[in-house]
Design a protein around this ligand. Structure first.
Ligand SMILES: [Fe+2]
Length: 445
């Protein structure tokens, strides 16, 4: 077992280098900006990640949630602060999510994966548990279960429809129903929950919406009780499970998806999906697709996800699969106002092996362009923020946090999404290192 005393080189990757947690909660005001922050950016960039308070966690995905936040006001970097999400898992180390009778307490979770805002609530999310509500200043308000209506876990990747303002999400778990779909109206009320039939308890990290459909991915990384008994990540690859995409009409009640078989693979994150063709009889789904995951255990990542397109034909039941690129990518994103709608551009982190870059894809032309950070500077997920007066889809900025190896510190960086090869628009050195994390959001005032 790894402990705090384990020499760094013998620790698992997720506790070493810039994956290692930080322990101080820091607040700093009026930070120096190199370059110029666009004055129209008023709001908060918040990013979640795993940061085990004890210094140890059995898996990268199991550390306590910590939010790093940046407040921007009219060109000023008004503050940076980082705070643990004050979860029950953090504050009640003896509290167990699984009871002696096999019941599951969804108020217990590490809430370390994503942070989103819907209906004026800021929610820190983890797929095992209920959301945790935070203030914009990162104070924890408490567990949010939609007034007691939510009875499953909630994915860390809800989809907020830019047309209706609804938030669509799902919960998955070890016990039947393994998968449940939920819809929250624009005012934040949970108005629909539907149990979805799937053959087994698979790990379902994310999903997609289009203007007319809900799309689930039932892929062959399945729950394993033996692994669960040993602690750690209770999922493994299964050669026999198969792989399928489920498509369900939005708004339909008491219904089930239509399933499309695809080649076995794993996807943590779709980039986007949308309806296509006459009568919307096709669906396009772009993802960061892994050829396989956790065949040899969940302690390592091969980081070999590449941008991949599924096109489903709803009339014929046919599926076409196409690799769109051979670069390794993760954390793909699109403009939030195009979630579920046809997008031309997508953005992803491509910082693996021999390069550190954020890549921008033009899915209309097939072109791509990178912002390269150099050997010593490693970015994270790019969050697109549209320009107020923008006319083109890529008029706007990309926000990310960059780890600077040379000084063992981190920067908040803003890029011009329409001019990727240009120098960063603004760089703000943060008062402490920000461990590599997961997902974040820009929350404009
Ligand atoms: Fe994720």
């Amino acid at each position: 077992m790894t402990t705090l005393e384990t020499p760094p080189e013998k620790k698992p990757f997720h506790l070493r280098g810039n994956y290692a947690p930080v322990f101080d909660e820091v607040t700093e005001h009026n930070l120096e900006v190199v370059g110029a922050l666009p004055p129209e950016l008023n709001g908060h960039y918040l990013r979640n990640g795993a940061n085990p308070k004890s210094g140890w966690s059995p898996h990268w995905f199991a550390g306590d949630g910590m939010i790093h936040g940046m407040r921007l006001d009219g060109g000023k970097a008004s503050w940076y602060r980082n705070r643990f999400v004050q979860t029950r898992a953090l504050n009640e180390p003896d509290a167990s999510m699984i009871g002696d009778d096999g019941s599951v307490d969804r108020t217990i979770g590490v809430n370390n994966t994503h942070i989103v805002r819907h209906a004026d609530k800021i929610l820190a999310l983890v797929e095992s548990s209920f959301p945790c509500e935070l203030s914009p200043e990162l104070e924890t308000i408490g567990v949010h279960d939609f007034g007691g209506k939510l009875d499953t876990a909630m994915t860390a990747h809800p989809k907020i429809c830019p047309i209706t303002g609804e938030m669509h999400f799902f919960g998955y778990g070890f016990f039947e129903p393994y998968l449940t779909y939920h819809r929250v109206d624009a005012s934040g009320v949970l108005v629909q929950s539907e149990a979805i039939d799937v053959p087994g308890p698979t790990m379902i990290h994310d999903f997609s919406i289009t203007e007319s459909k809900i799309i689930f991915m039932d892929l062959p990384v399945i729950f394993d009780l033996d692994l669960a008994m040993k602690g750690g990540m209770p999922y493994r690859w299964d050669d026999d499970y198969g792989a399928r995409i489920g498509v369900m009409e939005r708004g339909a009640v008491n219904t089930q998806p239509t399933w499309f078989d695809v080649d076995p693979c794993y996807v943590f994150h779709p980039m986007n999906s949308f309806d296509q063709g006459e009568n919307g009889n096709e669906i396009v789904i772009d993802t960061a697709r892994y050829p396989e995951l956790w065949k040899q255990g969940s302690a390592t990542f091969n980081n070999d996800a590449m941008l991949h397109r599924w096109t489903l034909n709803l009339e014929t039941g046919g599926v076409s699969e196409e690799a769109l690129d051979d670069r390794q990518i993760e954390f793909p994103r699109v403009a939030e106002h195009l979630v579920g709608l046809k997008n031309r551009y997508g953005y992803a982190d491509s910082s693996f092996k021999d390069q550190n870059a954020i890549v921008k894809y033009d899915l209309e032309t097939g072109a791509s362009v990178e912002h390269e950070f150099g050997d010593d500077r490693i970015p994270g997920e790019p969050v697109f923020v549209p320009a107020e007066s923008g006319t083109a889809e890529d008029d706007g900025w990309l926000m990310t946090i960059v780890y600077d190896k040379a000084r063992d510190g981190s920067d908040f960086v803003v890029l011009d999404a329409s001019d990727m090869t240009a120098d960063a628009v603004a760089t703000v050195a943060l008062p402490q290192r920000v461990p590599f994390g997961f997902h974040g959001s820009w929350m404009a005032d």
